[in-house]
Design a protein around this ligand. Sequence first.
Ligand code: ADP
Ligand code: MG
Ligand code: MG
Length: 720
Amino acid sequence: MGLLSEGSPLSWEETKALADHVREHGVNQFINLYHRLKDRQGDILKWGDEVEYIIVKFDDDQKVARVALRAQDLLAQLNEKELADPNGVKSLWRPEYGAYMIEGTPGKPFGGLMAHFNLVEANMRYRREEVTELLAKDECVMSITNFPRLGAPNFTYPLAQPRPEDPLSSARSLYFPDEAIFPGHPRFKTLTRNIRKRRGEKVSIKLKVFKDTKTKLPVEGAPPGEPDVVLLDAMGFGMGCCCLQLTFQACNITEARRLYDQLAPLCPIMLALTAASPIYRGYLTESDCRWNVISSSVDCRTEEERGLAPLDQQKFKIAKSRYDSIDSYLSPEGAKYNDVPLTYDEKVYQRLVEGGIDHLLAQHVAHLFIRDTVSLFSEKVHQNDNEDTDHFENIQSTNWQTMRFKPPPPNSSIGWRVEFRPCEAQISDFENAAIVCFVVLLTRVILSYQLNFLTPISKVDENMQTAQKRDACRKEKFWFRKSSKTTEQRAAKAQAQALAQAQAQTNGKATLNGNGLANGNGNGSENGDQEEQQQPLTNGSAKMNGHGNGTTNGTTNGTNGSSNGSSNGADSDHTDTDDEENELFQLLSINEIFNGKPNVFPGLVPLIRSYLQSMEVDTDTHCTIEQYLRFIQKRAAGELITTATWMREQVLSHPDYKQDSVVSERINYDLLKRIQGIQEGKQVEPALLGQDYHSKTKTKDFIPPALQKQLAKNGCCEEK
Ligand code: ADP
Ligand code: MG
Ligand code: MG
């Protein structure tokens, strides 16, 4: 969660009165920033992860684990290094919603060399060690998606009691005390209060309990008439969960729009693969993921907007919470899969169109702007719309969707970026690094082979729900696009060409541009170094013909300069017949999606492998990536289980478990102790990570000097 601004938060009444002001100026700011930046070209691939962590405190005498409300104090120490040397640190630390949470990112984004994939895990390990150094012996930093007994009695250290009757309480929760909300920045409590006030009542998060033979119904706190529901009533139950996010920089706005679209259908797929949160408020539930929980935890829609009362005060009925899966595609080839009507204010849309924004982008922004601001600071009310973007960012950053389309910040060297947001946090650095590297590699393959995953939005929505079901990774099927003949031919051709080109060049150092077709510019070929060298994973498939936004025609990328006569970059599935179109979407298992199904889809991992064959990769990086891919293949195949399934098994087989769905203090303690063992590499869990165990990767926290030289030559190491 990006922190917008310091300052004094306005009251809800003041904020509400300024909703239209923020909207109007936010839209103007977007129009202005768009025109300033739409033609920005040639940004190189940069990417980075965000991992959120929970600080846990163990009481080994009582055998109790609690969340430690230490984030503010830890962040003060963690940020000292950054303040002293902002460009020299290896990690950056930011607050998150929970007073027991912190977010860590690499000090600088990773970049354009294959060797960068070998840095991720070491950097994650460094982050964990950096925090651990500041912790007491009985504390532990954990990348778990949810603390299993969050909201159960006495779950915090120090102990804090909820104050549901106190009008000054932000959450007024029965379970989640305000002390568990990060106190160091007013944003978090302000959002909590304003979301509750806008909605007109506390948020209501409902999860079906996992019914075991002795589960007591009604569940404690269940709503009337819904005895099997675990009810959660505060923003903290969702925003107090951890996740794993990724951001990549595209070479220009067209490529960003394309990546946004192509990755959107993969969100539910990655959610299912990374499922890691089956336990809420001390109960085993039917859900394996945090997504619906976090979505409901910030659902500020009124009864009218939710369709429970006729429209009177509000303008629209709104289908989803402001935290949910995306509602529309942004690229021209995505347009025909926008099959769910978008809610937006026609006037806002018209203003954007008159401001020179094309239809798809205008409707996206207009749709984001159906939301009111829920957090406004007095210092930021009046802004210069030609330079500032805070009002735009205010609405943008409180639309928490599976994907985020991020325009360049004002006055920075950062380009158009796309954020991938569905994944749950995994226990070990190995797993988190595997997921991150896999998704970044996938973006390269999408650009190189011009893959097309576009699936109607309604089906992606359906997949989001499927992904959260118990053991969906092994048991469920997902709508997925059958690959067309052209896609497969293109992949095969691109691979053959790249290999041939690589062989033709000295040392096999083809420079690949983003479309994966060696462009034969000779880069690197006359280099005398005999050590390992790598071609940069540059962006740049979307070299545009003509103007910047790429939406006025159906062609996103012209592949100028490739001498190989490949397709013109338009989505060639457009050439499929209607009959083929009807069969285009099939229900596939996670195994089939990742490992392939003959005549339907080659599989995400085989596609990445094929891409890697055409890339020059140093041996250590190769070894590391290979382990990540093998791990992902095994988890997708069900040979390894998801974190969620593993946690369930831990509970069900615990000697203290009473077949009543309750995760007691002792079960919680033992589960977290085991997780601590796993993350420290002391506990081997073959079902989760395989017999050969993880951390045999060759991850390093530096790029070897020989590769470094190459990197400097290719300009991949610029400062942010
Ligand atoms: P958010 O707004 O999602 O909190 P952050 O500022 O925390 O975003 O950054 C998310 C990730 O983006 C980090 O891993 C960071 O390293 C990475 N990042 C920073 N600059 C760039 C860039 N120019 N291109 C791509 N990723 C970047
Ligand atoms: Mg983020
Ligand atoms: Mg962040």
